[in-house]
Each structure stands twice: as C-alpha cells, then as structure tokens.
Design a binder for this molecule. Structure first.
Ligand code: UDP
Ligand code: MG
Length: 317
C-alpha cells in the first residue's frame, strides 16, 4: 500500500484552512478505507511564515486530527521554497508526495487517479487544468501569456500545470539534487526525466481569502522562471548587437559617399535619434546581463533555501 503525504504550503491562509483540512481529511480517510493508501499516510501543512492565525490552526488540527502534521518555517520564503521545504522534510518517510495549494483551486478528486498511476509505476503525475473559466480574464490572460513566453524561450514546462503534482520517492530524491536557489519547480520537475503522466481537471475558484500572488509577484515569478532556465535573452541581445553593427557600417558608407559628393547633411535629427536608440539598447543590455550576474551572485552564496523551525509530530514521542 502507498504511504502518501499531501504537502500544502500555507501563507496567511486562516480563512481557507478549516475547509481545506476537512476536505483533504475526508479524501484521505476515504482512500485509506478503500485500501489504496496506507494507514500512515498524512497531510503536511507548511506554514510559510504566516502573520495570521495559520500556525495556531495547524497546531489545533494536529491535536484533533490524526492525519494532520505541521511544519513551521522560520520566516516567509515564498511558495516554491516553502513547498520544497515540506517535500524535502518528509521525503524519506513516504512512498510518494502530492503537492497542492491551500486554497484547493485544484480538484482534489483527481488525487485518486494520481495514486493509481503511481501504483502502475509512474514517478511523476502532473495535474493539468483544462479550463480557466473561474479565473478572472486578467489572471487567465497573464497566466497563458506566461506559458507561451516560457515555451518561446525554450523552457521545458507542462502547459497549464501549476504545482499540483505527485512525485515518487525517487523523483523527490532526484529533486533534492537540484541545488539552485532560484527555485522554479515547474521548470525543474519535467527535466528530472522519470516516467510521467498528466491528469486533467477544471480549476476552481479560491475557497476563501485572497490570492497570495498579486501582479507584482506573478511578474517576478515569470522573470525568475525565464532567467533561471533560459539564456535566450542574452542570445537575442547578441543578435541585436550584430544587426546594429551591420546597420552602422551601411550608415557609415552612406555618409562617406554623401561627404565625398560634397552633399553634406546637417543630420541633427539622425544624431539625436541614434544617441537615444543606442543608449536605450545599451541600458537594456546592461540591465539584462545584470540579472544574470545577480543570479550567479545568489547561487554562489549557497544560502539555505528554508530553515525548519518545528515539526509537530516530533514532539509527540
Ligand atoms: N503561498 C506560500 N508562500 C507565499 C505565497 C503563497 O506558501 O509567500 C502559498 C499559498 O498559501 C497557497 C499557494 O502558495 O497555498 C498558492 O498561492 P495562491 O493560491 O494565492 O496563488 P494563485 O492561485 O492566486 O496563483
Ligand atoms: Mg490559488
């Protein structure tokens, strides 16, 4: 029988937590009764430095509910790192782990399908959302442009898959080998290479509370995703540079010809234009190169990506 953990990163989720705990408990006990999951399967709620009553709630549910375990991170490290923290803390205790957002926008009824696939020997099961009807137009548009951009930049990622997935023990072991600090799990997991499958579902509305991914965070997530996996932007700049040199040669030849034929143009406009044009491109290039250097800087520091403060089940004895 499969010993499963469901890892749920939570950041200021006191509004949805009661509902989420209830639904996941019901689902998991159902699967345990059916004999699909072992008795020792559990839910791990990772508190990502929440400022509200999230941790208090997790502690309370841990006391009342056998299936609930909690992990408190020392501070807010963001969704991706919190998720990694949860997965890595329990990876040696389980056969497989499923990660899911606390707001249950992803359909938990496909978890059974994920477990079945795992039983058949699949190591990674991606949850893929079929429709986005419940997302606002803006969210849908930005998210879809994001997937397309990623693809255009040559990043291997599963279309319309977020962080709802099952990973086997050995897939988790493989994940632990990725040492990067700029974590973008959806880009990393498909590169692991074990046998993988997709399950499909409709994405729902957030149960309660607000999105913890405002536009700013979404944008930086997208930039992170691209600059962590692709060096295409740099290649593009290089090509632009080549094009500019070619253009400059033509322009030089042309002005020389005008000069020799004594037909000198007082090209103030052209000059000002090119100053701005070149200035803009240079600034942009320097900025982009800076982004990469910034990443190198962060990587060489090799800081811990998360620090575990408490693991509830350890105090039980
Ligand atoms: N989350 C987290 N740390 C953060 C931000 C978010 O652990 O700094 C968690 C959050 O609690 C939720 C998941 O990441 O379980 C996804 O966040 P959300 O549902 O707000 O994102 P959206 O679905 O709007 O993209
Ligand atoms: Mg959500």
């Amino acid at each position: 029988m499969v010993k499963l953990v469901i890892v749920v990163p939570c950041y200021n989720e006191e509004e949805v937590l009661p509902d989420t705990v209830g639904k996941l408990t019901e689902l998991m006990s159902g699967l345990i009764e059916k004999g699909k999951l072992s008795q020792e399967s559990f839910l791990l709620f990772v508190d990502d430095g929440s400022k509200d009553g999230t941790w208090g709630l997790i502690e309370k549910y841990h006391r009342e509910n056998r299936l609930v375990d909690g992990l408190k991170l020392a501070g807010n490290v963001g969704h991706q790192n919190a998720l990694l923290g949860g997965l890595m803390s329990v990876r040696n205790e389980v056969d497989a782990a499923i990660s899911i957002d606390a707001d249950l926008q992803d359909d938990i009824s496909v978890i059974e399908e994920m477990v079945d696939l795992f039983q058949e020997g699949v190591d990674i099961v991606f949850g893929v959302r079929q429709g986005r009807q419940t997302d606002s137009f803006f969210k849908r548009f930005t998210a879809q442009s994001f997937y397309k951009l990623m693809k255009g930049m040559g990043v291997k990622s599963v279309y319309n898959h977020a962080d709802f997935r099952l990973m086997s023990k050995r897939a988790l072991a493989a994940l632990s080998e990725y040492k990067e600090r700029n974590l973008f799990l959806r880009g990393i997991v498909p590169t692991i290479g074990y046998r993988s499958e997709c399950v499909y579902y409709d994405r729902k509305e957030r149960l309660a509370g607000e999105s913890k991914y405002p536009v700013g965070k979404m944008l930086s997530f997208a930039i992170d995703g691209i600059t962590s996996f692709s060096i295409k932007p740099m290649t593009m700049i290089m090509c632009t540079g080549l094009g500019m040199i070619f253009f400059a040669v033509l322009a030089a030849a042309y002005s020389l010809y005008r000069y020799l034929t004594n037909d000198v143009v007082r090209g103030w406009t052209t000059m000002i234009l090119s100053i701005w044009f070149i200035g803009g491109i240079l600034t942009f290039s320097v900025g982009l190169v800076g982004v990469y250097i910034g990443k190198i800087y962060l990587e060489v520091k090799e800081r811990p990506r998360y620090i575990v403060e408490t693991r509830l089940s350890e105090g039980d004895g």
